[in-house]
Design a protein around this ligand. Structure first.
Ligand code: UD1
Length: 419
């Protein structure tokens, strides 16, 4: 069983380049299906979620090559439109292949991704969006059989009652393959959606509006393969910044747009960190204990991101003063709290609300990762704690962080990985 051994209390110093964004690269890789030929995706992070996506592309008949941080996908000859249950279970976001396959071949056979460690994760909005595009979808015992359905050229409007990131992306991909104009109203505004739009534009698609809540797609035009560089991972950046805030020190996190992390940077600044940003970098300096801050409420972009809730909470738990967190995006995203309590953290939970009371310093403990960001949060806490910690269930970390322990060591952390 692989695990980390972490000695807390070492300040972090130095500069780190952030890898490509997991939440961008997954839909972008699915989007390579939209055009026959070789697309080249640069800044592709080595993550288990990326490997799972590439496995799906291979299974569908693509030729996939990974060289350095560049992935080439040749989607010339597709031979299947079915994603097996085992791969669907491995990664919830594989549901994005619905939109991509419908756009390219007009058919898709997938399995329900089901719930996950964050609670139930329905895909009703994805399915409703595809149905508005004319798709016929048969749901049977966990499987989904989709067909492009009747031709309905003209204008259609998809209204999302929640600005779901995945549903917005699925609708964008499917709409590229549908003649006529599709408008997505109530679209998610996350920077990763802008990244997907930029890749689609590079493929010759006619799409505009990403980053705002109305996205318009003129579908039906043949697309061509493209070369594209994925944006930096703002959630990985937030994690390293919270680690430096918890452990103290002075770091520069590069290859990430600070404008995509405004809400997180505001919290770190209120907690006592000194921040300096410029084009493509964020510098953070902190000594001593973090202080409690006004309520942190997770919300769709540009609000405070749910993916940064756990890492910020972990940093504040070892500070002083109280902070209230309200998790509005997912039902059960406090899996890390029990583990933080083992380190001496004082956290009260009542439904979606968690109140953290800083205890000065946490102490090391034997920890178990519960989910991707929750596991990273435990590392953040351990780096700021007194004494040694161990962390198991590293598979969660590998889903979203490339060379996590190595990068932290590069910043001066004492963290060892055992296979
Ligand atoms: C994406 C991100 C994830 C992030 C989340 C919220 C990827 C690969 N993952 O996940 O890291 O935490 O956005 O920023 O990009 N919902 C429904 N019905 C649906 C779809 C969603 O009720 O059909 C609800 C969800 O249960 C959740 C909320 O909408 O409460 C937001 O979810 P969504 O934006 O869809 O998250 P994902 O795209 O799955």
């Amino acid at each position: 069983m692989s695990y980390y051994e972490i000695q807390g209390g070492r300040p972090l110093e130095g500069r780190l380049e952030i890898h490509g964004a997991k939440n961008s690269v997954l839909p972008i890789l699915a989007a390579t299906l939209l055009a026959p030929g070789e697309s080249v995706i640069e800044n592709c992070p080595r993550l288990s979620d990326v490997s799972a996506t590439l496995d799906i592309l291979r299974l569908l008949g693509c030729r996939v090559e990974w060289e350095g941080d560049t992935v080439t996908v040749d989607a010339s000859a597709l031979r299947a439109c079915c994603v097996p249950e085992s791969l669907m279970r491995e990664m919830r976001s594989s549901v994005i292949f619905l939109g991509a396959l419908l756009a390219r071949v007009g058919e898709a056979e997938l399995f329900y991704p089901g719930g996950c460690e964050l609670g139930p994760r329905p895909i009703d909005l994805h399915l409703a969006a595809l149905r508005t595009l004319g798709a016929e979808i048969l749901e049977e015992q966990g499987s989904l059989c989709c067909h492009r359905g009747r031709k309905n050229p003209g204008e259609r409007e998809i209204c999302l009652s929640i600005p779901s990131v995945g549903a917005t992306e699925n609708a964008m991909l499917a709409a590229c393959g549908r003649e006529g104009t599709t408008t997505i109203v109530g679209a998610a505004r996350e920077p990763e959606i802008v990244d997907l739009q930029n890749f689609l534009l590079a493929m010759g698609a006619r799409v505009c509006g990403a980053g705002e809540s109305v996205i318009t797609i003129e579908g039906g035009a043949p697309l061509h393969p493209a070369r594209y560089r994925v944006m930096g991972d703002r959630m990985a950046a937030a994690t390293y910044l919270c680690a430096a805030a918890a452990a103290g020190g002075q770091v520069e996190i590069a290859a990430v747009d600070p404008n995509t992390l405004t809400a997180v940077l505001a919290c770190l600044s209120q907690a006592g960190c000194r921040l300096h940003t410029g084009e493509g970098f964020i510098a953070l300096e902190h000594q001593g204990l973090l202080t409690g801050i006004p309520p942190v409420r997770t919300a769709p972009y540009p609000g405070f991101p749910t993916d940064a809730q756990a890492v910020l909470m972990a940093a504040l738990a070892g500070g002083r003063g109280s902070t209230m967190f309200v998790e509005n995006m997912f039902e059960s995203r406090y899996g890390h709290v029990d583990e933080l309590r083992r380190m001496g953290a004082e956290i009260q939970i009542d439904g979606r609300v968690a109140v953290v009371t800083g205890v000065g310093r946490l102490h090391g403990a034997a920890l178990r990762g519960t989910d991707l960001r929750g596991a990273a949060a435990l590392v953040v806490a351990a780096l700021g704690a007194e004494g040694a910690s161990t962390l198991t269930q590293l598979r969660h970390i590998r889903r979203g962080y490339e060379n996590f322990a190595g990068n932290l060591r590069h910043l001066g952390a004492e963290i060892r990985e055992f296979p």
